[in-house]
Design a protein around this ligand. Structure first.
Ligand code: EPU
Length: 302
């Protein structure tokens, strides 16, 4: 495909995905672009269609396991100011999809707005979080943990479709489930979330509660992609893997965390193939012991 033909878009064909994923794993994509605005993004969408090369949108790269050989795709990173802005209107925040969730949490805190605290510490962008309905699992005494996701607070999202058309989807047109949404077929440009006015101290305390729980229960000692598998209904994937005695198991440069068994750590220049081998082992052992099939939560780019 001749991308240079009349194109002013900056091409970055030499970028390896290990520089852009929190796992620090992944080879070079076929093409890598950081469009400067929506028009450039539109052009990329039309080229991807013309040359039948899929577009993969890279957010914070925190939920991706990319192949060592790279990916046969056009990777797009929405990192320019056109995709990284925030606007406040009373208790609503309009946000560009390239903004990190932690920035949204801090900005809401400064304005005394509550409702986004549960997003504190999730290492994702607004766009990535919406596609997979990123969130937390809240413990409710005597009941099953309840999943909360960014979908709970989103009022609208402006998206680009596969033909470069732009539309705004309202709350009733968006569907969110556990780690999934119907926004995955679009490129998300921006979103609007609705919060509530609250006392500043209450907001700070809530944020600290979420951050403390992450610090206590999760492993940030080495690069990782967070939880590898989704929680099967009624179970915790981490607990099931733990009960199989797999904590600390190492293959190549990848190791199952001793702190949280649903985390794989890149402890020593891990390759994607090391992680795939560990994932395979985790799935097989959990299937053998509990007859439960673990489904990956991370996105696999091959
Ligand atoms: N547990 C173990 N051994 C382990 C890990 C966990 O016994 O090695 C037990 C814990 O003691 C607890 C239960 O399993 O009783 C659940 O563990 P935890 O509270 O850590 O929550 P989780 O279900 O493993 C979910 C989300 C996390 C999110 C946390 C906190 C999924 C797959 N994971 O984890 O999200 O941060 O709740 O809300 O839904 C992610 O999406 O990448 C992620 C890390």
């Amino acid at each position: 495909m001749n991308w240079r033909n009349g194109l002013k878009i900056k091409t970055e064909q030499k970028k390896s995905l290990h520089n852009y994923t929190t796992f620090k794993i992944g080879g070079r994509p076929k093409y890598f672009f950081e469009p400067k605005d929506i028009n450039e993004l539109k052009l990329l969408v039309s080229l991807s269609k013309k040359y039948k090369t899929p577009i993969l949108v890279l957010g914070a790269g925190s939920n991706i396991l990319a192949s060592d050989k790279g990916v046969d795709a056009l990777v797009v990173r929405l990192n320019s100011p056109s995709f990284k802005w925030m606007k406040f209107e009373n208790t609503f925040i309009k946000i560009g999809s390239g903004i990190m969730l932690n920035r949204v949490v801090s900005a809401a805190k400064r304005r005394g707005l509550s409702g986004a605290e549960f997003l504190a510490g999730i290492p994702g962008t607004v766009g990535g979080a919406l596609v997979m309905n990123a969130g937390v699992s809240e413990k409710v005494k005597g009941k099953r943990p309840k999943a909360r996701g960014i979908g709970d607070i989103v009022q609208a999202a402006t998206v680009m479709d596969g033909d470069g058309g732009i539309k705004t989807l309202h709350k009733n047109e968006m569907k969110f489930g556990y780690r999934r949404s119907n926004l995955s077929e679009y490129i998300i440009l921006s979103a609007c979330i609705k919060l509530l006015k609250k006392n500043g101290l209450t907001i700070v305390n809530k944020i600290n509660k979420y951050l403390d729980y992450r610090r206590i229960s999760q492993d940030s000692s080495y690069p990782s992609a967070g939880c590898i598998f989704k929680n099967p209904v009624g179970f915790s994937a981490g607990q099931l893997i733990d009960l199989c005695g797999l904590k600390g198991r190492q293959i190549g440069g990848a190791c199952i965390s001793r702190k949280h068994a649903n985390f794989i750590l890149n402890t020593a220049g891990a390759k994607a193939r090391d992680v795939f081998a560990l994932m395979d082992l985790m799935q097989k052992e959990v299937k053998n012991k509990f007859n439960i099939t673990l489904e990956p939560e991370i996105k696999i780019w091959r």
